[in-house]
Design a protein around this ligand. Structure first.
Ligand code: G6P
Ligand code: ZN
Length: 542
């Protein structure tokens, strides 16, 4: 029996860069989850009898929201729900399941790399039939719907047993509890040369993967240890925990510092990697070397033909605007189109669907391809391993060779977190107003040659996304980009992206901080970061 429950809107259900992300306490308000899920269902069109995929990264509140969503899916007329065992699916695995089983769409419960637990973050994201995050026209429709919603539909049935594989009937809808790992592992075996990687590892190549107590633990145990033969202990922090062990499941220098210490220590393995809360990000390290996500995208694009799934080459390369332009040089050399999109994986979906790009990447530790419609942490790890298995060179040697061929884009992102929103918005507003006056200005030895605010005209659906970050281009190929994060849950985060190009004949072995020091100072001057925020230094450098 379908129950129609009266509700009233919440004013704050606007999806951000990647779905609706809030503190757990916000989601725990009565009717909050129901309002949002119903707002999603209300704008989707006809899904009667169709399949919905459901899973999350296992963070605090995951199970409760899964049960709520199952009841609501039944009441709203879905024919089937595919849910991961224990309510768990990594984001790329969910994308794969949506595509493989021809689902109508999916709800992914995650706040990605944000911490979890009763006082931390939760999130809900809707993905469409191609397996990718809903485009802006849908997220906007969801938001508009959430502002006027007056009822939601549910059924009064007990919780589904999420801890056993199998099928259940829930008010006329079938719920299938599926293994979250098998389909994903099968896809990876199709794309990569597991035999070559197994041989590499059997020959003594050592690797370390930090799952950060997040969703990739079971995937990494299966793929790296069981299928590729890496010794037990290769995967560390491999048990997913609702609070990620009290850590911040963000694979970067700050939050994955143990992995950094291991990779820069005396007994460093050959390869180190980590992923985030929901398994879509990746961090890549070699012995004594950190590969920036921007460089990783470029190196992967240049070598991807070495993996069987990509032996036919690439259709194009796409990167988010603030990502360094290292990949542009590879695209140019290969005669491929390079697409520059706003921050947010959802902007790659159309390009991938239209066959305009094969590999995509973002500075925020996201890399992926047309195998799914999300970025994919373990995919990037396996692609690196496949390349290492074929080339038989160290990560450092591969990067040195890459820079010697294409030049090096020294790159860093400086984050100023927890800013007062009004101050951060004022900073960006002033910067925006200054844009027309900036070309020709000189700061120290740096001269601005171009300044604009990035906007994106989607070449496929022709939609326009404005105000995607202020870009300053300097003489000689340096660039600074400013934008506010769209994934935070409290206050504002200012991101400053810094990049300086050094040609193949230049100094390719400088210290990144030194290489960027004058740009950092110029960025502070130009945007008045200290003046607006009182901050003298960033909270996080990635
Ligand atoms: C999520 C999105 C990415 C995005 C990143 C940073 O991981 O999936 O596409 O690059 O957040 O977004 P932000 O708006 O915080 O810079
Ligand atoms: Zn993530």
């Amino acid at each position: 029996m379908t129950l129609t429950i009266t509700t009233s809107p919440f004013a704050d259900q606007k999806p951000g860069t990647s779905g609706l992300r809030k503190k757990v306490r916000v989601f725990q308000q009565p009717r909050y989850v129901e309002n949002f899920v119903q707002s999603v269902f209300d704008v989707l069109g006809d899904f009667r009898g169709k399949t919905l995929v459901l899973g999350g990264d296992g963070r605090f509140l995951n199970r409760e929201v899964i049960q709520t969503a199952i009841r609501m899916a039944a009441a709203n007329g879905f024919g089937r729900v595919l849910v991961g065992l224990g309510g768990i699916l990594s984001t790329p695995a969910a994308s794969n399941i949506i595509r493989k089983y021809g689902a109508f769409g999916g709800l992914i419960l995650s706040a990605s790399h944000n911490p979890g637990g009763p006082d931390e973050d939760f999130g809900i994201k809707y993905n469409i039939a191609n397996g990718g995050p809903a485009p802006e026209k849908i997220t906007q429709a969801i938001y508009l719907r959430s502002k006027v919603i007056d009822r939601y539909l549910t059924v009064d049935v007990p919780d589904v047993d999420l801890d056993n594989l199998g099928e259940f009937q829930v008010a006329g809808m079938t719920v299938t509890v599926i293994d979250p790992v098998v389909d994903y592992a099968e896809l990876m075996e199709q794309l990569f040369d597991f035999g070559a990687i197994r041989t590499l590892i059997a020959g003594g190549f050592r690797l370390s993967f930090d799952a950060m107590h997040a969703v990739t633990g079971p995937y990494a145990h299966e793929l790296l240890e069981r299928r590729l033969g890496a010794p037990p202990g290769t995967v560390v922090n491999g048990t997913p925990l609702p609070d990620f062990g009290g850590h911040h499941p963000d694979p970067n220098m700050v939050h994955a510092h143990e992995l950094f210490e291991r990779m820069f220590g005396t007994e460093a393995p050959d390869f180190g990697a980590a992923s985030d809360g929901d398994g879509d990000r990746n961090l890549i390290l070699g012995r004594n070397i950190f590969v920036t996500p921007s460089d990783s995208l470029a190196a992967l694009a240049a070598n991807i033909h070495l993996a069987p799934g990509y032996a036919g080459g690439l259709k194009g390369i796409a990167r988010s605007m603030p990502t360094s332009r290292a990949a542009d040089r590879v695209a140019h050399a290969l005669g491929l189109a390079l697409h520059e999109t706003p921050t947010g994986w959802k902007f790659f979906g159309n390009l991938l669907d239209a066959g305009m790009a094969t590999i995509c990447g973002e500075e925020s530790a996201g890399t992926g391809s047309d195998h799914v419609r999300e970025k994919d942490g373990l995919w990037a790890v396996l692609l690196w391993l496949n390349i290492l298995a074929v080339r038989r060179e160290s990560v450092a040697a591969i990067m040195a060779g890459h820079w010697a061929c294409f030049g090096r884009n020294y790159y860093a992102r400086h984050d100023y977190e927890g800013l007062e929103s009004t101050a951060a918005e004022k900073l960006v507003r002033e910067l925006r107003e200054n844009v027309p006056a900036l070309p020709g200005c000189t700061i120290g030895a740096l001269t601005i040659i171009e300044a604009d605010e990035f906007e994106y005209h989607d070449p496929v659906d022709k939609s326009l996304s404005q105000r995607q970050g202020v870009r300053l281009e300097f003489e000689g190929g340096a660039r600074v980009v400013f934008r506010l994060s769209g994934t935070g849950t409290s206050g504002a985060t200012l991101r400053v992206y810094l990049e300086r190009y050094e040609g193949p004949d230049g100094n390719l072995n400088a210290d990144t901080a030194e290489a960027l020091a004058d740009l950092v100072a110029a960025a502070n001057d130009l945007a008045g970061i200290t003046r607006h925020t009182g901050r003298k230094a960033p909270d996080v450098i990635t």
